[in-house]
Design a protein around this ligand. Structure first.
Ligand code: PEP
Ligand code: MG
Length: 314
């Protein structure tokens, strides 16, 4: 395997029966694109635009944004690049979008809610993205963070389409939108599951708080059942369902997520090789079997054990 990796770019992600599973990179700045490409990323599954502006007091200009997005898109000619609109609030506060005085910022005016409350900033970001799209030849997809309702989904995708951005979707990271995934997907071109926040909100455990860290485990069957809702809705509607939370970087959990219906996985570039190997060692039937085993467990540790046992029996 090592020789093969050294002699050329790694093969695209696929299960042992040939089912393709897109292996994509999570990026926070355009300069990280080259490393992702060298590690075999087939594109970008999550570009966190807010990382560019965490220290800005003022909203970035259209020109500033356009330059960053062009820099991001250029290395991915012909490839999929999913850009997330500013996800401001809680663990990623932006001075120009958030009210610092909320008592529970994770439950506050964050993500798409904050963008909608400052719609000029949202429109400027869509303008910059549309201009960068026109100047480059990557396959640009845009998505909104922290989408809770079907109405928010319809609002965002219609607005993005209005700017000429053809592929518009939503992040599913709140249980409400996972449970209504079939209705959400009726209004979106794709969904991408953010397992970090989906776990936080499902388990009612602040993802930044060490004292409740044991609850923040995406292996928990309650989280997996929500992922299944989205995966099944994706299969019924024929829409792609990606995973872009940390869970996708766990080689065994990656197989489970595919068994639950994920069609692509996005992760820190350093995790791509191990996940690629794990997918190649399992068939679609294996993935479904591992998923069933994990879903039937009582807790995260049990789900992990059940999947491991189901995997070694293949
Ligand atoms: C997530 O919540 O899983 C996610 C991918 O977004 P972030 O970690 O940036 O909140
Ligand atoms: Mg999130």
């Amino acid at each position: 395997a090592r020789a093969a990796e050294e002699s050329g770019p790694p093969a695209p992600g696929a299960l042992s029966d040939g089912t393709p599973i897109g292996l994509l990179a999570n990026l926070g700045k355009p300069a990280d694109a080259a490393d992702a490409v060298s590690r075999g990323a087939e594109g970008v599954g999550l570009f966190r635009t807010e990382f560019l502006f965490l220290s800005s007091a003022q909203a970035p200009t259209i020109e500033q944004q356009r330059a960053s997005y062009i820099e991001l898109l250029q290395p991915f000619e012909g490839k999929k690049v999913v850009v997330r609109l500013l996800d401001a609030g809680a663990d990623k506060p932006l001075a120009f979008l958030n009210d610092a005085h909320e008592e529970n910022p994770a439950l506050g005016l964050r993500g798409l809610r904050a963008l909608r409350a400052s719609e000029d900033i949202l429109r400027e970001q869509l303008t910059a993205l549309a201009e960068a799209d026109a100047a480059t030849s990557a396959d640009l997809w845009v998505m909104a963070p922290m989408v809770t309702t079907v109405e928010e989904t319809a609002y965002f995708t219609a607005l993005a389409h209005e700017y000429g951005l053809r592929t518009a979707g939503v992040m599913v990271e709140v249980p409400a939108s996972a449970l209504l995934a079939d209705r959400v997907l009726a209004h979106a071109d794709f969904a991408s599951i953010g397992t970090n926040d989906l776990t936080q909100y499902t388990m009612a455990a602040d993802r930044l708080l060490g004292s409740v860290a044991s609850f923040q485990d995406p292996w928990h069957p309650a989280v997996l059942r929500l992922v299944r809702e989205v995966g099944e809705a994706g299969a019924r509607t024929g829409k792609p369902v990606g995973i872009c939370g940390e869970a996708a970087a766990d080689p065994l959990l990656a197989v489970v997520l595919v068994g639950l219906g994920a069609t692509s996985l996005s992760m820190a570039p350093a995790a791509l090789a191990d996940v690629r190997r794990s997918l190649a060692a399992h068939s679609s039937d294996d993935a479904r079997r591992l998923a069933e085993a994990a879903l039937a467990a009582d807790d995260a540790a049990g789900a992990r054990e059940a999947a491991r046992a189901a995997s070694t029996t293949t």
